[in-house]
Design a protein. Structure first.
Length: 116
C-alpha cells in the first residue's frame, strides 16, 4: 500500500486510458487532458478498457513515480465521465479502490434496534 503524506490530492482520470503508456505518456495526459501539472505532487490514477489494471502516477519531489496494480479477479470501479475529466478522491477512497472494493458509496452501517 502507498503511504500518502497528509494533504496529497488524489485524482482519477475518468474514462478509459491506453495502458500501453508509460510515465511520460501518462504525464502528458495529465497536462493535456486534465489541465494539471504532473509535477505538483498530486497522485493521478488511470484505468484501461479491461478494468483489471490501474496505473498511479505522482511526483515525490525527487522524481516521477508509477505504480501498476492488476487484479487477479474482478474489475476496478471507475467513473465514465466528468465535466473536468477527473474526480477527486480521499486517501481512504483510494485505499478502497486499490483493494478492489466499492469506494463511491460505502455500505450503510446497520444500527441495532434492540440492545441486550
Amino acid at each position: 500500500m502507498i503511504a500518502l503524506p497528509p494533504g496529497v490530492r488524489v485524482y482519477l482520470a475518468c474514462g478509459v486510458t491506453d495502458m500501453r503508456k508509460g510515465m511520460v505518456g501518462l504525464a502528458m495526459l495529465v497536462q493535456q487532458n486534465l489541465s494539471e501539472d504532473p509535477l505538483s505532487g498530486a497522485l493521478y490514477a488511470f484505468r484501461g478498457r479491461r478494468a483489471g489494471l490501474i496505473k498511479l502516477l505522482w511526483h515525490d519531489g525527487v522524481g516521477l513515480c508509477m505504480l501498476t496494480k492488476k487484479l487477479e479477479h474482478g474489475q476496478f470501479v471507475w467513473p465514465t465521465t466528468s465535466t473536468t475529466g477527473r474526480i477527486a478522491l480521499s486517501a481512504a477512497q483510494l485505499a478502497a479502490l486499490l483493494d478492489g472494493c466499492e469506494w463511491r458509496a460505502p455500505p450503510p452501517r446497520r444500527t441495532p434496534q434492540l440492545m441486550g
